[in-house]
Design a protein around this ligand. Sequence first.
Ligand code: D5M
Ligand code: FE
Ligand code: ZN
Length: 494
Amino acid sequence: MHERLLDALAKRGALADPAAAEYLARSPDPVEALERVFAKLANMPLVLTMDDILRVQGALRPSAVVGIVPMPVAPAAIPVASVPQPRLRTVGRAKDVSEDFSVVRDITGKSTCQGTLGDFSRYFANRLEAIGKLLRVRRELVGATDIARARRLTREVRFIGMVADVRTTRKGDRILEVEDATETVPVFIAQGTDLFRDAVLPDEVIGVIGRPTEKGLIIAEQIIRPDVPGGRAFPATKEAVSVAFVSDIHVGSRTFLGEKWDAFTRWMNSDDVVAKSIKYLVCAGDVVDGIGVYPRQEEELAIDDVYAQYEELARLLAAMPDHANVIVLPGNHDAVRPAEPQPALPQNVQKLFDSNTKFVGNPCTFNLHGVRILAYHGRSMDDFVYSLPGMSYARPIDTMREMLRRRHLAPVYGGKTPIAPEAEDHLVIDEVPDVFVAGHVHAVGMDEYKGVKMINASAWQSQTAYQKMHNIEPVAGRVPIMNLGTGRGTIKEF
Ligand code: D5M
Ligand code: FE
Ligand code: ZN
């Protein structure tokens, strides 16, 4: 019976706290009892608690509660032997589980570029090779040739290349200049077609299937993206502890929402079963407001010394419970080079924080209990919103999906995102993550794309003068929380 209850919970990706699990297990038909509770709940909770069950019971007519045996007034009155011991997987307590964190990919300490011309060509060659490798395994691109050979063929051709330029003809059609190590070829996309609607970004690596014309142009029939292979299953861990995601704290700004942050800190220190399950707190960049990041920023600063801003952040993080390990990556407001990939914050900043805080680069791929997490601040969303029709600052998840389809965090070179031409393109998403988290746009979102959980962590800053000018309405003080045991998530509002 318990196995069935466990299955029923797992099917919904839900967990029950120990009291709720025991309560359900004692019903004559635990699965039916569970289904009744779920049917009556307005929102699926991350962790089903006794409170949820009691609330549902209160809302039900007495005749409708068949299947849920009321909690005995004195549980001890039931002989222990007759009570089936619940073997249900319940939500883990962070303090009972040892830390399991390891970095998979990070630029910190490995930067080699000096920005020479040679660096640039090596960087682009590496990008073409890394994403080309992902494209070559696509069924549609079997038999792909290089561009020099494709240009000499008269039948349908397939090739892989980088988009060196995107332009619109006088008639409104689109021409991509696609290049590989051998040659460059113009690829024609007729307006009004589905192909035309799926816009291509400069510097993307794509696969092309098309027909050559006599004028040396290729008429595109299909554009192939590396994309994410479907059917990924979440690698549910045995320790059902949680991760909370925050971003854009902007400590030091006058618009930092200290009261909301304090409410979050109080909740983190409370007896709430979800709060107690939070083993990791990921801070996805822009942890302080910085100085000199944009013109006349000093007028909007409450703390005008960047070191003092980090000191204040260290104080705020020290008030978090000991069971939560903090992972900090930098963003475009932080005190490291702005060019991506950004290394971790420097030692003189790190030393202000207690040993519970870890510093990683941006982007960074790390494992938590075997769940692979790709964390990226998200600066390139500015380029996506600017260059891709249909993208919006209010829906960051859409741009994150576009990054996954392209297997690249910041395809546009020379746009709003500064990119350092490292020997290896660290912005390529070469291994598909289980969880992809970003921030930057001061919005919030949670969704799934082909088995990858996408999370946009919101901000702790109210609308700035700049955002007001650009009509950007921030959504602040929302915390996406995900359970590593199930992959299920929820957003908690403060
Ligand atoms: O960015 C916070 C938000 O404001 C994010 O949605 C981008 C937008 N923003 C801020 N500065 C700029 C510039 N210069 N261009 C375009 N969009 C911008 P934050 O990184 O916190 O400043
Ligand atoms: Fe920000
Ligand atoms: Zn930012």
